[in-house]
Design a protein around this ligand. Structure first.
Ligand code: SAM
Ligand code: DTB
Ligand code: SF4
Length: 340
């Protein structure tokens, strides 16, 4: 038996001068975000749980599965990435997968319980011919009754429209970090390039999946700034992946140590409070988390995971261990909510 999801009938919470409601707010100030981030942990977790319960069943987690449809050989210089051609990481460049192979992988993901299938390509941005092939993959996966997501790099307006026309549900394009730290991580494209792609996706009518990475050597202020930028996108992204850096030998960030687990939990809780209706996803790095840390992240408002033994090129927790964790925590997979 589970308890009533709504924590209380209160419609707001007061945190000092800041009013927390269960609805998305457009005008978060950087000072507000900083105040929330620095709250005593128990107050932060209570607030995040309160917001979460106003909007979601707290025992339900959305399940996405990733497939790298075009691996390696990417010309960009993202310092964290195993797929950049600039770093010697051992990831071989491959060509775009065939439609048949993508179909097989999607059938397996669906059988394993995924409700969203996310196709990733190591491109700066797709060429139109490549996009035509990917559009066919999206159509096939949709026909199987799964939600579709793609992450293909930069898109122009007409490319975003083409993906919308085929029925793509979500496009993932991360801001990765704060605007000021960004140039220390990537030089081959700018923060404004990223924001422009997100605008094209949004204007084409595709739902936005946008988040970042913690543990790249950024300060807490950079994490606060990233959360502020994400939460002031209008409308807020429907899906917010929070990655812990997976340090890849051969990349400039190979030697970065993970952030403290409790700092990661704070980032999740802040995302939940600022973006009350978004799915907040535990993304890369989960393989290094203990069950206890994952449980705290769910308590802080995370309600989505990547499920399956690999992410794009790196390991994810094995599906058996995720099933055991769900069982221990009494979590269940979210069903697809079709919009009409
Ligand atoms: N090439 C496309 C792009 O850059 O938008 C799509 C794929 S890219 C791999 C998607 C995201 O994965 C990146 O924006 C980054 O946030 C995340 N990512 C890549 N490598 C990572 C790593 N080593 N650790 C954590 N996150 C990583
Ligand atoms: C996101 O934010 N994380 C995912 C997905 N979006 C595409 C990718 C994580 C990649 C981790 C490194 C790898 O497996 O290559
Ligand atoms: Fe990796 Fe994407 Fe950057 Fe290419 S654009 S290096 S695939 S994160």
């Amino acid at each position: 038996m589970s308890i009533e999801h709504k924590a209380s009938k209160q419609s707001k919470l007061k945190l000092g001068k800041i009013l927390i409601t269960s609805q998305p707010k457009k005008n978060w100030g950087l000072g507000d975000v900083s105040y929330i981030y620095d709250l005593p942990m128990n107050d932060l977790l209570y607030t995040a749980q309160w917001v979460h319960r106003q909007n979601f069943d707290p025992n339900t987690v959305q399940i996405s599965t990733l497939l790298s449809i075009k691996t390696g050989g990417c010309p960009e210089d993202c310092s964290y990435c195993p797929q950049s051609i600039r770093y010697d990481t051992g990831v071989e460049a491959e060509s775009l997968m065939s439609l048949e192979d993508v179909r097989k992988a999607a059938v397996e993901a669906k059988a394993a319980g995924a409700t969203r299938f996310c196709m990733g390509a190591a491109y700066r941005g797709p060429k139109d011919k490549q996009l035509d092939k990917i559009a066919q993959m999206i159509a096939e996966v949709k026909d199987m009754g799964m939600e579709t997501c793609a992450t293909l790099g930069l898109l122009n307006e007409s490319q975003a429209q083409k993906l919308a026309d085929i029925g793509l549900d979500f496009y993932n394009h991360n801001l990765d970090t704060s605007e000021s730290y960004y140039s220390k991580i990537i030089t081959t494209r700018s923060y404004s390039d990223r924001l422009l792609t997100i605008k094209h996706v949004r204007e084409a009518g595709i739902k936005v999946c946008c988040g970042g990475i913690v543990g790249m050597g950024e300060s807490r202020l950079d994490r606060i700034s990233l959360m502020h930028t994400l939460s002031t996108l209008e409308p807020q992204p429907e899906s917010v992946p929070i990655n812990q850096l997976v340090p890849i030998p051969g990349t400039p960030l190979a030697k970065r140590g993970a952030v403290d687990g409790l700092e990661f939990v704070r980032t999740i809780a802040v995302a939940r409070i600022l973006m009350p209706k978004s799915h907040v996803r535990l993304s890369a790095g989960r393989g290094e988390f203990t069950n206890e840390l994952q449980a705290l992240c769910f308590a802080a408002g995370a309600n989505s995971i990547f499920y399956g033994d690999v992410l794009l090129t790196t390991d994810n927790p094995e599906h058996e261990s995720d099933q055991a964790l769900f069982s221990k925590l009494g979590l269940k997979p979210e069903e697809i909510q079709y919009s009409v």
